[in-house]
Design a protein around this ligand. Structure first.
Ligand SMILES: Nc1nc2c(ncn2[C@@H]2O[C@H](COP(=O)(O)OP(=O)(O)OP(=O)(O)O)[C@@H](O)[C@H]2O)c(=O)[nH]1
Ligand SMILES: [Mg+2]
Length: 296
């Protein structure tokens, strides 16, 4: 049998569970997940290998009405992701009714030549998924509909089987043991950002970026990491550091635990906080942080 491969874009409004689903399919924590919308800011690939096929999932930021330049780069990333894939999964949240963001996602998916599947997530959290699903079916001409729970895995094997079955013949793009194409420094920054998002409230989680400045193996069983948390204003700097440094210590210790699990050895995590005035609206900062702006 010939080898098959292909790309699937996961699109949807914020917080529907795209990243959770990607992690579940790949079987490893590739993309960060929080209970807050707009967690994902970049197109992140997760790779699943079987004996005869390679399925590359492309996670995307949630579709929303952007209020900042950063938001525009996020929506642009989702728009770009669907342009060159074999299949689009529009992920929706069965615990909520469709809104305009689901509509924009459907519109985006409809503009691509790839078939669109409706992936109805959070099935575990509704008593009657058929009723919850009904209003979503009308958003686009879906070729298939899959109710799933990304959280407990229900329905996911069937979804993956179906996607594998329709992959075209193609080459293997990534090595067997590769589950994501993210650079390690980026991944480390994302782990830290996840814990910032989990611990902070209001506007702070949305106005923090993490830059990894240094990462070195100091001893066979110790990696030293220095990272800067960028915020928009001095007042946010105070919030992130917290009273007598408590907030930063909490974030640091949680992120360190996650990173030690990832590296399989001790991590010394050295966190700094810096204000970069209005970085979410400034092209030079977005560029420096690797957020790609749409071309005009
Ligand atoms: N009950 C339930 N919760 C889920 C399921 N999948 C995801 N969640 C939760 O939904 C929230 C959002 O999950 P994410 O995977 O971050 O959602 P996302 O679509 O990637 O969100 P953005 O990156 O912000 O666009 C988290 O709290 C998840 O734990 C599911 O199948 N069932
Ligand atoms: Mg996400």
């Amino acid at each position: 049998m010939e080898y098959k491969s292909g790309f699937v874009a996961l699109v949807g409004r914020p917080n529907v569970g795209k990243s959770t689903l990607l992690n579940e399919v790949v079987g490893s924590k590739v993309a960060m997940v929080t209970q807050k919308p707009q967690t994902t800011r970049n197109g992140i690939r997760g790779i699943l290998h079987t004996d005869r096929a390679e399925l590359v999932l492309v996670d995307t930021p949630g579709m929303h009405r952007p209020r900042t330049r950063l938001g525009r780069t996020m929506v642009h990333t989702a728009q770009r992701a669907v342009s060159d894939v074999e299949l689009v999964w529009q992920v929706v949240d069965l615990t909520r009714s469709p809104n305009e963001e689901d509509g924009w996602t459907a519109e985006l998916a409809r503009r691509t030549p790839a078939p669109i599947w409706l992936v109805a997530n959070k099935q575990d959290a509704v008593s009657d998924w058929r009723t919850a699903l009904a209003p979503y079916r009308a958003l686009a001409a879906y070729q298939a509909v899959y109710p799933v729970s990304a959280k407990n895995g229900d329905g996911v094997p069937e979804l993956v089987e179906a996607a594998l079955a329709r992959l075209p013949v193609g080459p293997q793009f990534f090595p067997d043991d590769m589950v994501t194409d993210q650079a390690e420094d980026f991944y480390v920054g994302e782990v830290v950002r996840e814990h910032v998002m989990l611990e902070t409230h209001q506007e702070v989680p949305y106005q923090v970026a993490v830059q990894v400045d240094e990462k070195i193996r100091r001893q066979p069983d110790l990696t030293y990491i220095r990272a800067t948390l960028l915020v928009e204003r001095d007042s946010q700097r105070g919030i992130l550091i917290g009273e007598r440094g408590r907030m930063l210590r909490t974030i640091g210790s949680e992120a360190r635990t996650a990173l030690e699990e990832y590296f399989g050895h001790r991590v010394f995590l050295d966190l700094w906080v810096k204000a970069a005035e209005d970085w979410t609206d400034r092209a030079e900062w977005l560029n420096r942080l690797g957020y790609r702006e749409p071309k005009r």
